[in-house]
Write a protein that binds this ligand. Structure first.
Ligand code: 5GP
Length: 125
């Protein structure tokens, strides 16, 4: 079920549980502010989720409330993960669903990195 991105942060969401170590994940990158791991149901040969460690519901919440150090770390991590995995030359796609109409299901900000094949049109028609 898509979420309402204006709701307060829900500490029981699945990514909060991953951050607390209650649920396993296949980590590809971690630093003070950021965790990245493989999506459980990949929609491309490479499908990585990058999340801030802070409690932010969505891109909207993060861009409004996060500190400069968190934002810089997050943006740099997304770029580094894709670069280190060799996705710059062939190309990759970033996606951050925000709220109901975008189909956001997990109410903790995540950026999807898709790569590994031509990714087709930007949106379903
Ligand atoms: P959204 O639709 O919110 O943009 O994307 C949520 C993503 O989280 C989906 O691609 C889904 O497969 C992934 N996901 C949901 N639960 C888990 C989980 O427990 N572990 C991992 N690694 N990914 C998950």
């Amino acid at each position: 079920m898509p979420i309402d991105a204006t709701l307060p942060y829900d500490e029981t969401n699945i990514f909060a549980r991953i951050l607390r170590g209650e649920i396993p994940n296949k980590t590809v990158y971690e630093d003070e502010h950021v965790l990245a791991f493989h999506d459980i149901a990949p929609q491309a040969p490479e499908h990585i989720l990058v999340i801030p460690k802070g409690a932010y519901v969505s891109w909207d919440d993060f861009s409004a409330r996060a500190g400069d150090a968190e934002i810089a770390a997050f943006v740099r991590a997304v770029g580094k993960i894709a670069r280190d995995a060799g996705h710059v030359a062939p190309g990759y796609r970033l996606l951050a669903n925000t709220g109901h109409d975008a189909g956001q299901e997990v109410p903790h900000l995540h950026v999807h990195i898709f790569a590994g094949r031509p990714l087709g049109p930007m949106l379903a028609r």
